[in-house]
Design a protein around this ligand. Structure first.
Ligand SMILES: [Fe+2]
Ligand SMILES: [Fe+2]
Length: 188
């Protein structure tokens, strides 16, 4: 959620709280209207939590490429992206946000180097095409990082959306294509 949306939600919550207190005073604590407002107050944080949960990426067994070391790295990447999402959702501050973003980018590059090392070592036939996809992703992230310097809030949203969509699509598609080949070479 953007800071503007957060501020808006907080304003609505505060206004509802004030109205609920006023109603409780005016209509009395037994009024159905008062209890309706109390219900809304209880629901708002719950709905906000649900919305934040929906922005997380959860690991699913179907994402497995069958190679333990790579699955673990994919899980680590998902965790880092979720951590970055949390820094945005809870407005933890620009410094921590930047650190998390740098960690995601660094770990992504480390993971690509690891995968490319295995594909190269065992002569994976589609190595060059796979490597080109990695490079394209890094180029896109570099563009988003440049945009982040100009307009941090909207660029961060774009970056998170891109990271989540690209990662799942890549793991579930391109990465899975090397599974049988690398497993047949004894990689595990
Ligand atoms: Fe991967
Ligand atoms: Fe890959």
């Amino acid at each position: 959620m953007s800071k503007a949306m957060d501020l808006c939600a907080l304003s609505v919550f505060t206004l509802t709280l004030i109205i609920a207190v006023l109603l409780a005073v005016m209509a009395g604590p037994t009024s159905p209207l008062t209890w309706s407002m109390v219900g809304v107050l209880v629901l708002i944080p719950f709905i906000r939590r649900k919305m934040k949960d929906r922005r997380r990426v959860d690991w699913k067994d179907e994402y497995s490429v069958g190679i333990e070391s790579i699955d673990q790295q994919h899980k680590n990447l998902i965790n880092l992206i979720n951590m970055l999402q949390t820094t945005v959702d809870y407005s933890t501050g620009e410094e921590f946000e930047r650190e998390c973003l740098a960690a995601v980018v660094d770990y992504t590059k480390t993971h690509f180097v690891y995968e490319e090392g295995l594909m190269s070592k065992y002569g994976y036939p589609d190595f060059e095409a796979h490597k080109a996809q990695h490079q394209k992703m890094i180029d896109k992230v570099d563009d988003l990082l440049a945009a982040y310097q100009q307009r941090p809030e909207s660029a961060m949203k774009d970056t998170l959306d891109f990271l989540k969509q690209w990662l799942i699509r890549h793991i579930n598609g391109t990465d899975k294509q090397y599974s049988d080949y690398l497993l047949s070479k004894g990689v595990h």
